[in-house]
Design a protein around this ligand. Sequence first.
Ligand SMILES: [Zn+2]
Length: 552
Amino acid sequence: MAINPGRREFLTSIAAVSLFPLEEEKPEFILHNGNIITVNPREPRAQAIAISRGRIVAVGSDVDVLHLAATGSTKIDLGGKTVLPGFIDAHTHPALAGVMHLRMVDCDLRSISAIQAALRDRAAKTPAGQWVLGFKYDDTKTTDGRPLSISDLDAAVPDHPVQIEHRGGHTVYCNSLAFQKAGISEKTPDPAGGKIDHDPATGKLSGRVAESARAILDKAIPQSLTRADHREGVKLISKMLAKTGITSAHEAQGTPTDLMAYQDAHEAGELLYRTYCFINYRHIDSMIAAGVRTGLGDEWVRVGAMKLVCDGSISERTARLSTPYEGRPNDFGILVMTEEELHTYGRKAHLAGWQIGTHSNGDVGIDTTLRVYERLQRENPRQDPRFRLEHCTVINDDLVRRIKALGAIPTPFSTYVYYHGEKMKYYGAERLNNMFALRSFLDAGIRATQASDYPPGEFIPMMALQSEVTRTDTKGNVWGPKQKITVEEAIRVGTINGAYASYEENLKGSLEAGKVADLVVLGRDPLQEDPSTLISIPVERSMAGGRWTFEA
Ligand SMILES: [Zn+2]
């Protein structure tokens, strides 16, 4: 059947419009005297870039580009600083994180007592009976050596229902009043694909609720966020991303509300990164009915893939594995949706011309998702569907071969080895050589991307580079050294590969004439840096669409 002709024509027409008047285009400004790493193989290095109306009109030597200056062109001397294309975070949750930062207690703290104090503080400002919500709690980062319990939360906040989300986003921790409000008791059975934890000694609720069981709580929590709150969230996270050199982000679990928030923020001039907004499968019917599909929008706010979820999370150790977690012989993780469900939703989206991105972490999850994609292509072949494997963490040779054969795109966690090093022991040194497997993907010719999954992972691109290149955590432990890549490769992964994952490789991801002016100015050259200090390279300025979005 015909394959997304709309998107292809659309992208070609953008290029045609911008390239046509190139000759007469007078640059608004020219960045010169720079060390420009273009990620364009035809011209890998340059000194100067000319920009007009948000687009690059020329890239080259100082002599060639400065000579294009007209009256009114501003010349900016980069003083020899390094310039890269703006980074593309191909799997993250910025719109969601933005409203969380606005409204919830940030529980990224290092002890249970510090978390209790923060919750108590918020409760004091919240009318009794109303929910106190937290996020970014991480059980492996508190010094207590044990997870939060229901009694910790009851002791801190007895008169408000409390729900704290783990930073992985797949599990929550609640107090007694929260369970009461949600109608959950010790006798409530686990729903399919979910788990309500009990204390193994007493059989009482432990406070932790995993995966699809969270829906029971979700129903009890009033949705009080306004349209303005969502726009405010995008504005807030925009500034956080711009500071780190990110100029595009794929919103990996978007909803129609997020899409509206992005449009609102963009119209208000507050959106500082380009979004490729995935749509959760629960909304796919209404989107298809409205004639919407992947690619609709403009270069700032575009509809992305349909999102499906196959299995659990890496940071919370619920990813579905073929061999059990280290030290937990009966724990293989969780499958969230059945293969039939994935196929049913996948088929609808595939036939309607949507790209599909399926959260698949463990090797069993990836195998299941690949089987669904292979079946979709067998039943209704589409040219260039660019199926995505969100995370695609634990791999083996057979999975890599099938990913390559399908032309699928993995979006492995970029900062996990560095930032979540203390969790790696649950997977074991041997398995780590097949996790976040950029070396295997690149060697097979697979276009893997940079992806933070924020809030679960940190989004700083320089941390991603260091993590991918050194495979070393903050304590100096090396995890999975076989998967090391070079700095040059990591830059490509973080730029042009991210553009390819959203069908926008002709629009961005490298610095060349005709593409959008999205770039980052760094304090030092990552190619000259000791890999163990890449994270300390300062971001001096970020630009998106020819506008400075951050200046140090
Ligand atoms: Zn995610």
